[in-house]
Design a protein around this ligand. Structure first.
Ligand code: AOF
Ligand code: ZN
Length: 400
């Protein structure tokens, strides 16, 4: 992607190892009772940017004066104004003396846009409440420091966990140079994703499938293997979501056996392969990524600026990802149906004993139509642990 301020990968790792700038950790004030609900609104605003801002994070900002929201904004795409700037524009003179609620530490650097910390100071904002610190080494604590030095009250760590989760893709790109991978599956109560015939339409209910379309609308890429393309010819687009847009389809296809006529092979799609003869795909506007394995492929997707991937592939691809420890988050629908025989979700000869099973963390269970959705994490969301960042994070938790 053009105009990367901090491209993921090698360059970034060098920046991470640089000594953090001298920053004080003293300037923190306590939260106020209404802080969490205003931050909730800022997070809702930020969510509008999900799937649209990469390689930048989704960020939301609310300016509040005398208990009234006088300005709101969210970052819509890389290169567009930051959330704080839009909220300040809407507030105008009402920003003077206001409190700013921001889901990410206001930036202090000149990237594609000037520093938000300076803009908040110039507008006369009195207090700044931050959910999460910015892992970008160009900011990481420096935005907060410049606000404090200018005499603003600063509080951070309010709804930090929600913000960090919302920013998982950005943090993954910054910290690991690869996208955050969400594995999505749908299985019967007896753990089958397809019948012995190979048919998988439909395991889950219409309500569950509608929810998946809402996820696709908020994620950068949707990945499947060539087996799924050959069996189902999926489109992988976003349907039935007002204002929705398609995530970028990615087909993992080592031997390039996907037919050009497949619905997923459209301009902007990505073909991950190790085959040399891909000219016909390229003529169609498909981006070809040559990668020896899934790990290298994800690095290449990170270089393309993709920060989040919804892995919707069949058992072979999902099993390969699990084996290579590339699944970060799991969202599994369980349908109240029995097949007796059929395909398991993950074709990975990973474990031989129950003690080797991979436990999910932060598990959540909910009903979706007649199905049950179980979600959880296999990986920690990366945070870039520079010294300064650690110190601020520790304080942030006590502030919430
Ligand atoms: C904020 N508010 O709304 C966002 C921030 O190239 P730029 O100028 O867009 O800067 C991108 C970096 O700014 C990004 O990597 C992240 O550190 C921060 N994003 N900061 O104060 C925002 N989107
Ligand atoms: Zn900014």
């Amino acid at each position: 992607m053009s105009g990367h301020p901090e491209p993921p990968g090698g360059e970034l790792l060098c920046m991470q190892q640089a000594q953090p700038a001298q920053r004080s950790t003293e300037h923190r004030t306590s939260p106020e009772p209404s802080d969490a609900s205003w931050m909730q609104l800022a997070l809702q605003l930020a969510a509008h940017g999900l799937g649209r801002t990469t390689p930048n994070p989704p960020v939301g900002c609310v300016l509040v004066r005398n208990g009234v929201a006088v300005g709101q904004g969210f970052h819509a795409r890389a290169g567009a104004p930051h959330a704080e700037v839009l909220a300040l524009r809407e507030a105008g003179l009402a920003a003077r003396g206001a409190t700013a609620y921001v889901t990410l530490e206001p930036c202090s650097h000149f990237g594609r846009t000037p520093p938000c910390a300076d803009a908040l100071i110039a507008a006369g904002v009195r207090r700044v409440v931050i959910a999460a610190l910015d892992p970008n080494p160009a900011v990481a604590g420096a935005g907060l420091t410049s606000l404090h030095k200018a005499g603003l009250e600063v509080c951070w760590g309010v709804l930090e966990r929600d913000a960090v989760r919302q920013q998982a893709g950005f943090r993954s790109l910054m910290g690991r140079g690869r996208p955050w991978v969400v594995y999505k599956g749908a299985m019967t109560l007896d753990g089958k994703v397809a019948a012995t015939s190979g048919a998988s339409r439909w395991v889950s209910s219409g309500a569950a499938r509608a929810l998946v379309h809402r996820w696709r609308n908020r994620i950068d890429a949707v990945a499947v293997g060539s087996g799924t393309v050959l069996a189902d010819d999926p489109h992988l687009g976003t349907r039935g979501v007002a204002g929705g847009r398609d995530a970028r389809p990615v087909v993992f296809d080592r031997c390039a056996r996907t037919p050009l006529s497949a619905r997923v092979m459209r301009p902007g799609s990505i073909l991950v392969t190790s085959t040399a003869s891909t000219a016909a795909f390229e003529r169609r506007g498909v981006t070809v990524v040559r990668a020896a394995d899934e790990t290298k492929a994800l690095e290449a997707l990170g270089q393309l600026g993709l920060s989040t991937v919804l892995l919707e592939g069949g058992p072979t691809l999902a099993g390969a990802f699990l084996n290579a420890d590339l699944i970060d988050e799991v969202r599994m629908f369980i349908a109240p149906k029995l097949l007796g025989a059929g395909l398991s979700p993950l074709a990975a000869p990973l474990t031989t004993s129950m003690t080797e099973a991979r436990p999910l963390q932060n598990v959540q269970v909910e009903s979706v139509g007649q199905d049950t959705l179980m979600c959880g994490y296999l990986a920690e969301i990366p945070r870039l642990e520079t010294d300064a960042f650690d110190a601020y994070s520790a304080k942030a938790r006590s502030c919430a």
